[in-house]
Ligand binder design. Structure first.
Ligand code: NAG
Length: 346
């Protein structure tokens, strides 16, 4: 039954109520009305069942990563006090390990992209040690690179005496394919494949394959269809599998300042006004196209009085892609992701 239908039925029910049950009916109507209005709420803070954290939401957690070179690539990691598990994160194409960590004296070349950094902060706050590794090329490859990453993770766990800790992995896009394949040769307690359907049509899997969470953006309908197909494949093997859908949401004047360290309220509001003036967003603030397909950088160049630090272009672009919700790294579902990992630690 639709929500509106449920509400109408409740109204008809009330007309038939006798006095003693009228109160119960009223309470029922109140609950239905609350559900009805909450589900129609369009504010980005409350409409998706998860809070939209601000960039500085984790004041108790500080970035102080260690950078190492191993097998010709960079490995950046951090261990919280009393870690309960280890999280390996694989970036998408064009990604790098430096994107996951804020620039700091311990990582002067770090970039700290908004979603990547919040994902790591969530992980550290929940006592997951985090290892990020850069792919050798633009995207991950599925031959020797799997061996290299496996070697790096095993070397790292041995060096830090954490071989007994559960190991989990999250990969986004190309990193999602990579993690899905790596999971056949390295034992993960569970994995999260973000905006990626995995390689399940190109590899055999056994009942020992780890529990798999798909975090995806249904606007990408081709991928959504693949994910429902592969969900069936995994379930047929008796593997625990679930999905989390990430939906579009409207921009606001404060959105970019809320999400990106270094973008202040004024710049954030001016950018939003520019996007409105140029018709990049609709009347409700929703992006009309993916950030990559929107000519916002040209518009920015033409508007002389709007100063956005060049080093933050990539950060803004990421948030625009996220709001459009077609294909982007996301930390907004961190609560569900870490609950998934935590409910499968063994
Ligand atoms: C990675 O480096 C270690 C140490 O140098 C080496 O023993 C190992 O064979 C390398 N792994 C691969 C797959 O090349």
């Amino acid at each position: 039954m639709s929500k509106r239908g449920a509400k109408l039925t409740a109204w008809h029910g009330l007309q038939n109520c006798r006095v003693p049950v009228a109160v119960t009916c009223l309470v029922g109507i109140l609950v239905l009305s609350i559900l009805f209005f909450c589900n129609n709420e369009k504010s980005p803070d409350s409409s998706f069942g998860y809070p939209m954290k601000k960039w500085n939401a984790f004041e108790s957690v500080q970035f102080h990563p260690t950078i190492e070179l191993r097998n010709g690539t960079d490995v950046i990691w951090q261990i919280p006090s009393s870690p309960k598990a280890i999280l390996f994160v694989a970036h998408g194409c064009n990604g790098r390990a430096v994107n996951f960590w804020d620039r700091s004296p311990s990582c002067p070349t770090c970039v700290g992209l908004p979603e990547e950094r919040l994902l790591v902060l969530h992980a550290l706050a929940r006592k997951f040690a985090v290892i990020t590794i850069s792919s050798a090329g633009r995207c991950w490859t599925f031959g020797k690179e799997k061996l290299i990453v496996k070697d790096i993770i095993q070397w790292w766990t041995q060096t830090h005496n954490h071989e007994s800790l559960p190991l989990v992995a999250l990969g986004a896009s190309s990193g999602g394919y990579f993690v899905s394949a790596l999971a056949t040769s390295l034992r993960f307690s569970s994995i999260t494949l973000m905006i990626a359907e995995g390689m399940f049509d190109q590899m055999g899997i056994t009942e020992n394959y780890p529990p798999t969470l798909f975090v995806h953006m249904p606007k990408d309908s081709y991928r959504q269809q693949k994910i429902s197909e592969f969900t069936g494949v995994l379930k047929n093997k008796g593997i625990d599998v679930a999905e989390v859908e990430c939906m579009e949401f409207p921009l606001s004047r404060s959105f970019l300042a809320d999400r990106i360290p270094g973008v202040d309220e004024t710049v954030s509001a001016k950018l939003f006004e520019l996007f409105q003036a140029k018709g990049f967003v609709d009347g409700s603030g929703y992006m009309k196209q993916d950030g990559r397909a929107t000519q916002w950088k040209e518009a920015l160049r033409q508007s002389k009085n709007l100063l956005l630090d060049k080093s933050l272009i990539q950060h803004v672009q990421e948030e625009l892609n996220l709001a459009f919700a077609y294909h982007e790294m996301t930390s907004l579902q961190s609560e569900q992701i870490f609950k998934w990992f935590e409910s499968h630690l063994n």
